[in-house]
Design a protein. Structure first.
Length: 225
């Protein structure tokens, strides 16, 4: 490999050099839109150990070994849409990342590719704000990714991006709930299901998505060279 190509790769990896607009990059952007759609309808079961709040009370009772094991194992149904969004911005950068989200939103306003369907009326669904929040989240993440992506930077990007999505999603949900005159118990239930423990999973898997997105971006640049 020549020194010039090596220098270009290093610049691409650590200085945020943008991908040029070509037919190939547009095709890649369209594939990323498809990737988001697939992630929207993909549900992964996550099983991991955890310590519940009632641990001391539970252990003080008469319980079997099987009950103890089951009590400290959590099973969670997870939809990896947000990590895929961060993978895309790490792969395509801010400009093409936003373009892929805009394409996804526009398609969803005509076709049922959102989680609960699609169409113009979907703008008044509680969850539409989370989708709109992808755009500012990608803007911030894409801006911060213009530099060397060490663990701390990836961690901060994931936290800022995920929190941005959930805060804006909740605010939009409150707006829709106000228009619908929804009862408070429904609002709190929705917030709990969409932005409760989900936030922690989103941060963790978004970090993985960013890492593999940057790795894929570097490999893509090597192929392009």
């Amino acid at each position: 490999m020549s020194k010039r190509v090596a220098k270009q790769i290093d610049s691409f990896k650590y200085k945020g050099e943008p991908i040029k607009v070509t037919l190939g990059t547009l095709i890649l952007t369209c594939l990323c839109v498809l990737f988001i759609i697939v992630a929207t309808f993909t549900q992964v079961t996550i099983i991991h150990p955890y310590i519940p709040l009632d641990t001391l009370t539970f252990l003080s009772g008469d319980v079997s070994d099987h009950e103890i094991l089951h009590h400290f194992i959590k099973s969670y149904k997870y939809i990896p849409q947000i990590p895929v969004v961060f993978f895309i911005v790490a792969l395509l950068g801010r400009k093409f990342g936003i373009l892929s989200i805009l394409m996804y939103i526009i398609l969803g306003l005509f076709f049922p590719i959102f989680a609960l369907g699609g169409g113009i009326d979907y703008m008044f669904e509680y969850g539409f704000g989370y989708i709109l929040a992808f755009i500012p989240a990608i803007f911030f993440a894409g801006t911060l990714l213009k530099g060397k992506t060490d663990f701390l930077r990836i961690f901060l990007i994931a936290i800022m991006g995920v929190v941005t999505i959930h805060i804006l999603g909740i605010l939009y949900m409150l707006f829709v709930a106000t228009l619908r005159h929804a009862p408070m118990y429904l609002i709190t239930s929705w917030i709990s299901s969409q932005s409760g423990v989900q936030v922690l999973y989103d941060i963790f898997f978004s970090m993985i998505g960013i890492y593999f997105g940057r790795l894929s971006r570097s490999l893509l640049w090597i192929v392009m060279c």
